[in-house]
Design a protein around this ligand. Structure first.
Ligand SMILES: [Zn+2]
Length: 283
């Protein structure tokens, strides 16, 4: 599967991370987008097979590049995944100015994850428009979750993993798999992603929701992330009081009925990713 953003402009009604699959030769035509020149590469911590670079921004984007360098979501993801697993092939996370309408993506031809500066700006603008009290922190959370999602595609590709579910669902589950056990910061990142998806869903026109698309609808992804958070809390506090996590059940994004199976769902995704990555785990 080619995880490559197409040139289709994103409209406000189109959900997050919608993609158009291009033919395998598309990188020839889109030489710049496919990792041609690198006008500026900052040396970043490299762990395992994951490294991080930042290309010089074009058409704006300097503030977003500086935000990424300051908050270091990409470096943290690279350190976590590279430190936990042996990765035989190099994978690069590249901060860059993408073509208009592009979204973060993994390109298996170059083994590069494009982290678009415009996407960072878009997510931050959404939190600001929703009067979120911590737009910077929540944006960093969404970017972290996005990167784990794209890294999952890179792992499936480079390790030739064989998940049996839809890869987009499995990639979201990988983000939950790595983030939720990391404590409050990781859980906040997952919740930020859930809330961001819910906002995209609210702002989408019903006719733009493609039930048969490669990605599940944004509302579904929001519900899934809340479900994983709730399920993890239930599992962790199964003999105690998980009342505070009942806030995750808002009756709209996450219903009580769905919540009743979330502990099982979370356990399933943990077993699934544990099994897929067992041969590559360090130590
Ligand atoms: Zn994906």
């Amino acid at each position: 599967m080619l995880h490559h953003a197409g040139a289709r402009p994103r409209t406000p009604g189109l959900g997050r991370r919608a993609r158009v699959a291009l033919a395998a030769g598309a990188c020839v035509a889109l030489a710049t987008a496919c990792g041609g020149t690198r006008s500026q590469a900052a040396a970043s911590p490299t762990s395992g097979g994951l490294s991080v670079i930042y290309e010089a921004p074009a058409r704006g984007g300097a503030a977003e590049r500086d935000f990424l360098r300051d908050r270091r979501p990409a470096e943290k993801v690279a350190e976590d995944v590279g430190g936990a697993f042996r990765l035989p092939k190099p994978i690069t996370i590249a901060g860059r100015s993408c073509e208009k309408g592009d979204v973060p993506e993994y390109d298996p031809e170059t083994r590069r994850i494009a982290l678009c500066y415009s996407y960072v700006a878009e997510v931050r603008a959404m939190f600001e428009s929703a009067h979120d009290p911590d737009p910077a922190g929540r944006t960093a959370g969404v970017i972290t979750e996005t990167l784990y999602h794209e890294v999952a595609h890179a792992l499936v590709d480079t390790l030739k993993l064989a998940p049996t579910g839809r890869e987009e669902d499995v990639a979201d589950q990988f983000a939950a798999y790595r983030l939720i056990p990391r404590g409050p910061e990781g859980r906040k990142a997952v919740l930020a992603a859930a809330d961001n998806y819910a906002q995209y869903a609210r702002e989408s026109r019903p006719e733009d929701v493609e039930l048969g698309a490669e990605h599940p609808p944004d509302a579904t992804r929001a519900a899934n992330y809340r479900c994983y958070l709730y399920g993890a809390a239930r599992a962790e506090f199964s003999d105690g009081d998980a009342a505070s996590d009942d806030d995750l059940i808002d009756g709209e994004v996450l219903t009580k009925e769905r919540a009743s199976v979330c502990e099982e769902e979370y356990g399933g995704l943990r077993r699934g990713w544990d099994g897929l990555l067992a041969p590559y785990r360090r130590g």
